[in-house]
Design a protein around this ligand. Sequence first.
Ligand code: SAH
Length: 278
Amino acid sequence: MRTHQPDRVRPKKSLGQHFLHDKNIAEKIVQGLIAPGGIEQVLEIGPGMGVLTQFLVQRKDLTVTVVEIDRDSVVYLEKHYPGLPIISGDFLELDLRERFSGNYSIIGNFPYNISSQIFFKVLENRDRVWQVVGMIQKEVADRIAAPPGNKTYGILSVLLQAFYTVHYLFKVPPGVFNPPPKVMSAVIRLERNGRKALSCNEALFFRVVKQGFNNRRKTLRNALKNLILPAFQHLPPEAVTEFLKLTILDKRAEQLSVDDFIHLTELIEQNSGAANSI
Ligand code: SAH
């Protein structure tokens, strides 16, 4: 007889639900999370029916909280994981500062439709999120891990690599999910690096990186014009002309390392003399 509490959740495409049914892979993902300091606070995003959660809750070195947007999955988890702290809602709307004191890690087989947004939220909370273990589309994993000069090197690569060391753990084929996604997946691990604050204006750094890559075929001179010209408007035109001669501006965004981007941001900041007003 059917009860109101489902014994399995029917996958919903709109929520990016692809349930992993390979327990060995699930265990391997959970092993990717380290807890060197003893007890580690962990937030799992999108547990679904708990394929990762079952291994997370076994670990004595972790205290686990999960956040799940899907009501059916929440009902399932409440039944199968009594006592598990479940936040029923949208990770992207979650006030992480209010929820967690101290440092914590994030783990999950991420909903692929919002994986970039998850990483931007991680960046906003980089003072507390010291580790992320996530399964994402292989294409996004490749981008995040890409070095300068690579075609897939982009905004997320620079911003995440500025603050995290990226470890590419392993690839996962579509067949181990229900339903199988159209793309290959990969598991990556991010670990916060030693860079606490940038030596340049951080908001400007984010803007320089984003604008540089939004026009990735152009030289930085052209790609960043809309950013540089207003910042220099109070200076004599000769100063602007002189600045635009800088050879770093001959390059395209994909040729710049994280340190180059920091250096370029410093140059804009120092030469415009108006870091706070940019
Ligand atoms: N971890 C499970 C499910 C992965 S599918 C497994 O490996 O089998 C992605 C999960 O993220 C689904 O359970 C989906 O409901 C959930 N999800 C999607 N968008 C979300 C959001 N914005 N916040 C929290 N969870 C979300």
